[in-house]
Design a protein around this ligand. Structure first.
Ligand SMILES: [Ca+2]
Length: 157
């Protein structure tokens, strides 16, 4: 290929790379408080979430099943108290500093966090720059089962 052709091919690859959307599929187990999506997001960036699946919020409770919109119920103790129990929710965490405990040698992470509701499908502007996590709007997650499958899409600008 002559030089002009190579340059044209390279610029095509470059453009395709930059307009292509990012698409990530994340399984969110109901018995885990926060699942790391592996995505670093930027404040103001719009992400599109599409979630499916059914989870149980309490083992043995036939009324305890819900989809990503949650149960028609709110409790005083859940991460987002204005939203339905069991709803799919998100969190962006920005690391402020780390310190090592002199006794246990454990690394403590001091983070700034922002939580937001997601549900079944929603486009959300990220409230903060940082790591994106997904979770269930419930505090007692140990007795849960099942998982939500969440597709996260982002278009490059
Ligand atoms: Ca539960």
């Amino acid at each position: 290929m002559e030089r002009g052709g190579v340059l044209l091919a390279l610029s095509f690859i470059f453009l395709t790379f930059f307009i292509q959307e990012t698409r990530v599929v994340v399984a969110v187990p109901a018995q885990v408080a926060w699942t790391d999506t592996g995505l670093e997001v930027e404040e103001g960036e719009a992400l599109i979430f599409e979630a499916s699946g059914t989870i149980s919020l309490q083992a043995g409770n036939p009324e305890g099943f819900c989809d990503p919109e949650g149960l028609d119920l709110k409790t005083a103790q859940q991460p987002l108290i204005e939203e339905k129990l069991g709803m799919l929710i998100g969190k962006v965490a920005r690391l402020l500093s780390t310190e090592i405990d002199p006794e246990t040698k454990e690394i403590k992470r001091l983070e700034e966090e922002r939580l937001f509701p997601i549900g079944r499908t929603r486009e959300i502007e990220m409230p903060l720059s940082g790591r994106l996590y997904l979770g269930i709007n419930e505090n007692v997650v140990e007795d849960n089962s099942g998982e939500f499958l969440v597709v996260i899409r982002k278009f490059r600008k």
